[in-house]
Design a protein around this ligand. Structure first.
Ligand code: 5GP
Length: 187
């Protein structure tokens, strides 16, 4: 059976990483999380080829010109993108592929591949998200305000997604994503 492409996005602070990691732990037999290319510098503990393929700006722009990306986006001076060839190869290897990418990239994917399934992970409420962002104590007020403005843009774009999963509880959210993907893989 043909392998499927799923795109998962979520706004900053929504716990998307935790939900996706838990999903992957349970479904690694036939699902693979795509590794993106980026021009940002690796953080401590990040490994080239595992977390991202860390490449130079020149190389990234060369790949854009040569139309090598399925999608790409730019944030804070850095590029992020998914290589077409990478996704095709993983599908050939027998995996359903999950892209954990932002909403701009997700909508580019949907335009090129209508059969891709877009899942948005949303907070239970805007207030709840604000509390989570503040609770992390990692960002200053200006950064938090910028993040919240960005969240509004992302929620707007999420209206074009196929599914929205509310992350009110990690276990429940993972189960809902599992049922969505299983239904689409079977169909
Ligand atoms: P970070 O720098 O924290 O790893 O990621 C920043 C943002 O880039 C996240 O919202 C993440 O979803 C997004 N991102 C990561 N890889 C890609 C990609 O290949 N394409 C797009 N469009 N966004 C990506």
């Amino acid at each position: 059976m043909d392998k499927k492409l799923f795109v998962i996005s979520g706004c900053s602070g929504v716990g998307k990483g935790t939900v996706i990691n838990e999903f992957m732990k349970r479904n690694s037999d036939d699902f693979i999380l795509s590794v993106s290319c980026t021009t940002r510098k690796p953080r401590p503990n990040e490994i080239d080829g595992v977390n991202y393929f860390f490449i130079s700006k020149e190389e990234f722009e060369k790949n854009i010109k040569e139309d090598k990306f399925l999608e790409y986006a730019q944030f804070a001076e850095n590029y992020y993108g998914t290589k077409k060839k990478y996704v095709q190869q993983k599908m050939k290897d027998g995996y359903n592929v999950i892209l954990e990418i932002d909403t701009q990239g997700a909508l580019q994917v949907k335009e090129k591949m209508q059969q891709a399934v877009l899942i948005f992970i949303a907070p239970p409420s805007f207030e709840e998200l604000e509390n989570r962002l503040r609770g992390r104590h990692t960002e200053d007020e200006v950064t938090i305000q910028k993040r919240l403005a960005q969240v509004k843009i992302e929620l707007e774009r999420s209206l074009k997604y196929d599914y929205t999963v509310i992350n009110d509880n990690i276990e429940r959210a993972v189960e809902e994503i599992e049922s969505i993907v299983r239904e689409n893989v079977a169909g």
